[in-house]
Design a protein around this ligand. Structure first.
Ligand code: DOR
Ligand code: ZN
Length: 343
């Protein structure tokens, strides 16, 4: 049987939610990953160091016994965040980044930033403290077509930002377009990008395959095939600026299968297996370890994981649903086979 051994991977973009729901999804992430960058878009948002440390405690208390999974916390950037909060966050030793959501772009983004210029003093403090800025890179202007919102964000917001803040560490999260992969690849060393399994495996046809497919709906929305191919090329290139971030974002089944369904795909259950498929199909399985286990840690200045995991080439059926607090969540690939299995 074909097997692949690599250093235990990290998930550099993860939504864990809270309470009983978190307890369920955390088991999947802790089984797959050593560490994860935890998104702060709870309701209310995790906007202060005090809130981040309290959330961290709840995560640690919800971990399955014996797990040494490490949650790497983030703050939610609002127009009320001040430079003093950034210093406190850095000094806490548990906050690893600050997340920018454009107000109104996605799930629980109401408290996000209206105008990037309004948070420049905070960005200056982050640059000084070397606390990375994580970007949900989409403009929210309703006049911009939803498929163009990432490309327009790069032109209007990201390009001026990197010119002005030359030492700010920036991650353009969940990249979906050729414009984004080209921009990051040709950008400075302090700029990186995360890539999700869905943007590697699916194009926008998957949203409409035989009917409306709410479980393929996420933000940024899936793009055309030429963009998917550019994202695959970036991931399997081994370039240190691209690394794994699942953006696993569970919502209860009934909230997705609704007249106004929530955005988010739950991939924590089978993430590394899904990524392995992409690297195998591209003939670059040997680059999976850099993407999944090295590049993200290096960018964040974390030690690489010493522990190893092994994947076997073997079909297994992904469950139709998984427990999610008092509800259920439909995992990515539900009811269909995965072709690699984490031992
Ligand atoms: O699809 C998404 N779901 N995109 C996001 O940016 C947020 C996430 C969520 O929290 O559900
Ligand atoms: Zn996300």
């Amino acid at each position: 049987m074909q097997t692949l051994t690599l250093a235990r991977p990290d998930d550099m973009h993860l939504h864990l939610r809270d309470g009983a729901q978190m307890k369920h999804v955390l088991q999947d992430s802790a089984r797959q990953f050593a560490r994860a960058i935890i998104m702060p878009n709870l309701k209310p948002p995790v906007a202060t160091t005090t809130q981040a440390l309290a959330y961290r405690d709840r995560i640690l208390k919800s971990l399955p016994g014996g797990s040494d999974f490490q949650p790497l916390m983030t703050l939610y950037l609002t127009e009320k965040t001040g430079p003093a909060e950034i210093i406190q966050a850095k000094q806490s030793g548990h906050v690893y980044a600050v997340k920018y959501y454009p107000a109104g772009a996605t799930t629980h983004s109401e408290s996000g930033v209206i105008k990037m210029e309004n948070v420049y003093p905070v960005l200056e403090a982050m640059e000084e403290q070397q606390l990375p800025l994580l970007l949900h890179g989409e403009v929210t202007d309703p006049d911009i077509d939803i498929f163009d919102r990432e490309a327009v964000f790069i032109d209007r917001i990201l390009a001026p930002l990197i010119k002005r803040f030359k030492n700010l560490r920036i991650v353009l999260e969940h990249v979906t377009t050729k414009q984004a992969t080209d921009f990051v690849k040709n950008g400075p060393e302090n700029l990186a990008a995360t890539i999700t399994p869905q943007h590697l495996l699916l194009n926008r046809n998957a949203l409409f395959a035989g009917g409306l497919r709410p479980h393929h709906y996420c933000m940024p929305v899936l793009k055309a095939e030429e963009h998917r191919q550019a994202v695959v090329a970036a991931a399997i290139s081994g370039h240190p600026c691209f690394f794994l971030g699942t953006d696993s974002a569970p919502h209860a089944k009934h909230d997705k299968e609704s007249a106004c369904g929530c955005a988010g795909i739950y991939s924590a259950h089978n993430a590394i297996e899904l990524y392995a498929e992409v690297f195998e199909a591209g003939g670059r399985l040997e680059k999976l370890e850099a993407f999944a286990s090295h590049n993200g840690a290096d960018f964040y200045g974390l030690p690489r994981n010493k522990e190893k995991v092994t994947l076997e080439k073997k079909d297994w059926p992904v469950p139709l649903t998984l427990p999610f607090g008092e509800y259920t969540v439909v995992p990515f690939r539900a009811g269909e086979p995965c072709h690699w299995k984490l031992k």
